[in-house]
Design a protein around this ligand. Sequence first.
Ligand code: HEM
Length: 154
Amino acid sequence: MLIKVIHVIAGMLVVVLFYAQLGMLISRRRAVQTLRTSEVPRIVGLPRVLKIAMHICWSIVILAGIYLFIKLLGIYPYWLLAKILLFIFAIIFSIMSFRGKGSRRAQNIGLFGAAICYALIILLVGIKPWGFVLTGNVNQPVSGSASAATGPSN
Ligand code: HEM
């Protein structure tokens, strides 16, 4: 349970940090349009502390996620598999967005892609379509999902 709480908190922080980064980048772009470029401080990715925090959170999410995944013992809800795939894409898109190299077009694609992936992850963990939730070490259908209508699978 503790690992799951740690995983969830780190996961939420990853999402919050990404959108904070996105906000900073957009406001800098706006400032560049109105002021002289030399007056606007450069943002190459996040300021260092936030960037390190992002990497720590990514690591915690992945390590705790792998631990939880192993504990599922053969029952892998679709929402979870979709979430893991989206997370991989979100990391790739985030790297495209914030590493400070590459064209503006690549950065835009990265920002847009990562924003969509993180939003879908939140949607998936929120509604868990056709999914199961681990309660007291037993996988149970999420009430209201399609799987609840077909009954428990174990
Ligand atoms: C930003 C990314 C992520 C977020 C926001 C997130 C969020 C969550 C949340 C809220 C839960 C609790 C769901 C519940 O109510 O049972 C959860 C469970 C879980 N997550 Fe993640 N997660 C993320 C990434 C990952 C990754 C990358 C993995 C795999 C390596 C993973 C594997 C799992 C597993 C195995 C569970 C337990 C599923 C269950 O109890 O049925 N998650 N996650």
